[in-house]
Design a protein around this ligand. Sequence first.
Ligand code: UD1
Ligand code: UDP
Length: 382
Amino acid sequence: MPSLALIVGTRPECIKLAPVVAELRRAGKVRPLLVSTGQHRELLNQALGSFGLKPDIDLGLMTPGQSLPELTSRVITGMSAWLAEAKPSAIIVQGDTTTVLGSALAAFYAGIPVAHVEAGLRTDDLSSPFPEEMNRRVTSTLARWHFCPTEQAKANLLREGIPAVHCHVTGNTVIDALLATRAHIGGLEAAALGARLGIPPAFIASHLSAPKSRWILVTGHRRESFGPGFENLCIGIRHLVDAHPDLGVLYPVHLNPRVQEPVRRLLGGHPRIALAAPAAYEDFVWLMDRSTFVLTDSGGVQEEAPSLGKPVLVMRDNTERPEGLAAGTSELVGTDAARIVAAASRLLTDPAEYSRRSQLRNPYGDGTASARIARVMEAAVQ
Ligand code: UD1
Ligand code: UDP
């Protein structure tokens, strides 16, 4: 039986490839091998746990405060050694991380074809997101199969000369993961979830489990915002809660030390700002579902929130996910404090605007992306 290696390194890659693993296993036509670079340690293990997955191989590459060159070189070397030994029929990578770039390059050197899930996203600005825009452009050059979440993503690839016959519009697999997870979180309960994430009991009582309370779910971790960008967005969040006396903010903080330091320094100690541990996927879906809206720089969260009827304010200057902007589900607010306060305050004070932006169709998929990808790959490697 042909084998397909699905490569994961970080939290979003796991969440977005878990449904593809499940679909390949269900159909039983190829042997899926789950290979972890271990670019993330805790965040990846947490995400794997949410889907009951255990990697067949773990290269265990994360080091604290890793630099891009050292991580990239370790992924290329580690993945090359594994590919030489295992010789899978093809590899599947997802997204735009260092794991994706390094693994695609290693497969290219080994003469093993590459399938790219979430292909064709572009900001057309190589410096933002950094280094992801470069990672996905190079990966498109190396890939044989391009699984595009939207028609717009496919159009981006055609513009770069990728043959249409190699592009498949599938929707984003994160919607498959979200819908499957949402179906089994009914039993989760605020007090236990809050305790798992280290949320103070007072915040649980005043916001998480209070029926009519208003609170914003925040995530932020992008490299191009490190330094002044992060300082400004934290200042904006603080001004926002001070401007709205009932408002709470819940921020599960990414483990990157360059995120932890400014967030804890600038947002710690406020009674209505809860800084929490990173949430397991099922807990995070529960939180998104109960939040008033979401303030984020995450790619995956921009795609998911509309399925739960949550407006998204994107703390970036540009996005490779323009479909959300066009549909009105998301709005770019940058990392400028005043702009964040103005955009969030509008959602909090204009019920008609809030209601309009909570009821739009999700442009990123309908939950069938993984099955489409699996069928193409099964046929390709038979
Ligand atoms: C990476 C990806 C980014 C993706 C994000 C998802 C690259 C260049 N960046 O960014 O595209 O959006 O993951 O979260 O591929 N750390 C831990 N434990 C963990 C994870 C991270 O301690 O489980 C700390 C370590 O000190 C690590 C640092 O965070 O060195 C940075 O991790 P890294 O994967 O290099 O970058 P992210 O900012 O997480
Ligand atoms: N997520 C999670 N727990 C958290 C924060 C995010 O499970 O505490 C999920 C989120 O629902 C989305 C994915 O992780 O599916 C996004 O990952 P991240 O923000 O790390 O990366 P990005 O999407 O920006 O690449």
